[in-house]
Write a protein that binds this ligand. Structure first.
Ligand code: ZN
Length: 106
């Protein structure tokens, strides 16, 4: 994963040492979450809106993720009847990482 710029050093440390401090940075949709998983493949987590260390409002691009994908790939939606998830095979490569928000400077 590319280095991200966190709101404060303690949050950056939490992300860098996520096995010790259970805070995840979800790069694809750019949000932070407290990890509740207790087994491999367990994806349970609680999204956090503010940094627990400094109180800064944290980013959340979940809505922007789908809006930008609809704008960039309108045919993706017109050919699918089901609701897409970020794990679907049809998700374009750019939207499988943080490239989409980095390219748009979001
Ligand atoms: Zn912080």
């Amino acid at each position: 994963m590319k280095k991200i710029v966190c709101c404060c050093r303690r949050m950056q440390r939490a992300i860098d040492t996520k096995n010790k401090i259970p805070i995840n940075f979800e790069e694809v949709q750019k949000f932070f979450a407290i990890d509740e998983s207790d087994a491999p493949g367990d994806l349970r987590q609680y999204e956090i809106r503010h940094c627990p260390f400094c109180g800064e409002t944290l980013p959340d691009l979940k809505d922007a993720y789908w809006q930008e994908m609809r704008k960039s790939y309108p045919n993706l939606y017109s050919t699918k009847d089901k609701v897409l998830t970020i794990y679907d095979d049809v998700i374009p490569k750019e939207f499988r990482s943080g490239s989409w928000w980095r390219n748009r400077k979001l």
